[in-house]
Design a protein around this ligand. Sequence first.
Ligand code: B12
Length: 219
Amino acid sequence: MEALLNQIADCIESGKAELNSPFPPELKGKEGAYELTKKALDKKIHPDIILKQGFMVGMTKIGEKFEKGTAFIPNLLLSAKAMNRAMEHLHPFFESGEAKLTGTLVIGTVKGDLHDIGKNIVKMVMKGDGWNVIDLGVKVESKQFLDEIKNHDKCIVGLSALLTTTMMNMEEIINDIKNEFNGTEVFVGGAALSSQFAESIGSDGFFPDPHSFAKHFHK
Ligand code: B12
């Protein structure tokens, strides 16, 4: 069982989605995360175990390499793609409630801002870390966040902004969220942000990349 889970983690780390994936070339013709996940389910390994000891291990490893500067954004994207492909087998278990997700993250690029490349990477990595991610897209207004929080008890919120002008809109959105849902944690990210800025606008935290964000919730 452990060997199979390690193989799944390795496929996710290296971005090997399925048998026919051309990447990485050294694994050509070998089974990928998709086939191995099916095998694990056939062997009656519980979806929670596959998620935690397969998917999350693979995504954590690629995240650590990214932090050290030995892996880059294309590697993150390939890993996230492999994880998403394998996740297709686990979806029915999460939807039925038989297996449990880490939590719900409501994420969006704030009003006035259309940069979504970073936000989309955060979304993929968090999904790989076992989160149900609700992506509200770009130019998101307070009301859209509030409507979604109402539907998801105990969710956390992630705000993204890349422009110095739209960073300022984060404060208003955080105030609106805290006024209506005081206990809801709101985290922020984006290249021009800092921890000091995040604190000054009442955010619960700033993370420079999705891996430090995901790690924050690991017990
Ligand atoms: C790609 C790009 C665009 C694309 C966006 C395409 C898209 N779909 O996103 C296009 C061409 C459309 C564009 C438009 C504009 N852009 Co532009 N754009 C960029 C560029 C080149 C890259 C941004 C990017 O995607 N980076 C890569 C991602 C992966 O990094 P990231 O977003 O920082 O995300 C990472 C982290 O920050 C973090 N993160 C991000 N969000 C979150 C959220 C949470 C919760 C967490 C935890 C973490 C997190 O995780 C991510 C992954 O590691 C930057 C310059 C640069 N080199 O950064 C300029 C830049 C951001 N743009 C800029 C500008 C000015 C504009 C325009 C206003 C230009 C114009 N005059 O029209 C418009 C904006 C229009 C608008 N209303 O938004 C300026 C901003 C200057 C400033 N400080 O305000 C920059 C810095 C360029 C420059 N040097 O002048 N842009």
